[in-house]
Design a protein around this ligand. Structure first.
Ligand code: ZN
Length: 235
């Protein structure tokens, strides 16, 4: 089942191509600006072989419990990463929330959109995620409680914010991340998160297409993990 996640990710490439091409033309994004796509960087990981295994739902485990525990772990990792570069992410350095080719606006609880800086967006996102993950009615931690209908949308929202935050670091703070030697961690975390989202349909395909070039580069530059290798041989 996890192999489908890789297939989905690679499948986004074709759908994403036309969208990205259009956006590049509109916004004048130059490919060479994407330092993170250089092979010397995409090959940098802290681990490779077990990402597909890490994504898979362990036998006998409730899928919602698996999603909740992973959401919490991913949130902690992304927070640590963002915290490491946060002194470089200020209202003056990042007056808008840019991630990939998009400038995200914040949508408040009444559905009103407003522009905000990247650090403000990160703050808002963190407080919403914390609220979701600590809401016992939404994300029950006791065995007798069932996960409510609102759980999946809330978890999707959580992963969407995490994807935006990671995207902002790649797009606007990659050189700082390299300077701090964080890029192997970022690549591993990014690929793990994208594979997880693909496996459990947690991110919209249009959003995933925004960074399909990075996803494809990371998958292709993997040093042939055993599971990925088997998948390729079978197709
Ligand atoms: Zn920033």
């Amino acid at each position: 089942m996890v192999f489908q996640a890789v297939g989905k990710l690679l499948g986004y490439k074709n759908r994403g191509k036309s969208i990205n091409k259009e956006k590049k033309e509109k916004k004048g994004v130059i490919e060479s600006e994407k330092v993170y796509l250089e092979p010397r960087y995409t090959a940098a990981r802290i681990m490779d072989a077990d990402i597909l295994m890490l994504v898979a739902l362990p036998k006998g485990l409730n899928v919602d419990e698996w999603l909740a525990s992973n959401a919490s772990a991913f949130y902690n990792h992304v927070s640590l990463l963002y915290g490491s570069i946060s002194e470089f992410c200020t209202i003056s350095s990042c007056p808008t929330m840019k991630a990939w080719s998009i400038q995200y606006q914040w949508t408040d609880e009444r559905g009103r959109k407003r522009k905000c800086s990247a650090p403000q967006y990160a703050d808002y996102a963190a407080s919403i995620i914390q609220k979701i993950l600590t809401d016992e009615d939404l994300v029950p931690t006791k065995h007798c409680k069932e996960f409510p209908k609102g759980f999946r949308p809330a978890i999707q929202k959580t992963f969407r914010f995490l994807f935006h935050l990671l995207g902002h670091i790649y797009t606007c703070h990659y050189k700082t991340a390299v300077m701090l030697e964080l890029h192997p961690h970022m690549n591993t975390l990014y690929l793990h998160l994208l594979l997880f989202c693909a496996e459990f349909d947690l991110l919209d395909s249009k959003e995933m297409a925004l960074s399909e070039d990075l996803t494809t580069a990371l998958i292709r530059s993997s040093p042939a993990p055993k599971t990925l290798g088997n998948h390729q041989r079978n197709t």
